[in-house]
Design a protein around this ligand. Sequence first.
Ligand code: SAH
Length: 456
Amino acid sequence: MKIKRPVETGQVIVYEITGIAHNGVGVGKYQGFTVFTPYTVPGERIKAEIIQVKKNYAVAKMLDVENGHSQRVNPSCPIFKECGGCQLQHISYETQLALKRQQVVDNLERIGGFKNVLVHPVLGMKEPWRYRNKVQVPIGIQNGRTVAGFYRAGSHEIIEMDQCLIQPEESDQAVRLVKQLADQLGITPYDEKKHQGILRHVMVRTGIHTQEMMIVLVTNGESLPNKKEFIQRLHNSFPQMRSLIQNINTKRTNVILGEKNKLLWGEPVIYDHIGSVRYAISPHSFFQINPVQTEVLYEQVRKYAALTGEEVIIDAYCGIGTIALYLAEGASQVYGVEIVPEAIRDAKVNAEINGYTHVHFEVGAAEKVMPRWLEEGVYPDVVIVDPPRKGCQPELLDAITGMKPKRLIYVSCNPATLARDVKYLQEQGYYLQEVQPVDMFPQTMHVESVALLTLR
Ligand code: SAH
């Protein structure tokens, strides 16, 4: 059967944008048919040209805004559209936050069937720029010239980038300088197609609170021409550099870092803290990307956990143990579980740095380890889960409901799986009290939420 669609490629339509999809693209209906148009703002009536028609929807390119929208702003970054790293720079920050909250509300209602849940306004940043503490810039060669920048959205073409407004200015400077020095000292750029040349990536990590900086040169082999001079000149220009590392990656791969690190200068790690907890950060360490908002997020978790010092708590999907350690002072026993062994190794180091002896970390799949803990008689008062986008496994949720913690705090980077899992938990006797979204990644579509559930 042929379905009649009201639009065809090349057609120019006028229609209203009523919402935003999870990838940040504006969406609305034209004669009942869904049409997506990037770089639009809900509330706008736009003129757009249809560029693609699919079975259930069409995609259009914006030509004009018919009703000027007060929440539309000029994107601050000149390569906003090519880069794809940010999706919302054309929308005022205030509206970005409102849209993120709406995403959470809509998902809870549509997927979870929750109506009238208390979803607080999103906790945003005072200054929603320059927040990333880790920057990874690919180096390449284009028309015989060294380029450093970002991959064009959905490709491996490098777009030249002078600065990125969501990462610190010093990181931009460091990348520019490394590129300059490499050019002057014969450290050739890596050619991905031929698998030749030396410098593949520059990674810069900064301790936002400590101002310490680590620079990592990812090279295609051990050789680094004019190494001494390179180190000397970089060191002279960057007094805040604490650590300079060469990482060797000779594989044909999209994975940025290779396994081997060589310390070129300074310390093998830098430090930063979240709240009063101190962390060592190496090139391979996981660490929260926006530490300022991480503190806001963890403070919310602390509030919901309402610890008195007596509680046993579990941090599932604990990464390098950041939530567990943040709460450790207020608890009598802390358990953390995480699937990546290197993360648990870091978690144990971080527990030690901070002098905690009542924190136990274990490597494994949370959905396997938690049921075993239940069998062994671990009965936590508070459980925190912070799963990846796909959410929690039912086996894990069953283990939690078997443990019967009074409070369950669900930290989520995907409101759709949050809604699905909370619906299941509600059926098992947990009540969704409230949700506090936190903006971890301003200018992008990412939305993080903290949900509090209590045992009925
Ligand atoms: N709570 C941490 C990290 C959360 S990110 C923080 O705030 O920094 C989610 C983590 O879940 C990642 O570290 C990922 O490696 C881990 N993970 C993914 N699947 C898992 C599983 N099945 N069991 C345990 N951990 C898992």
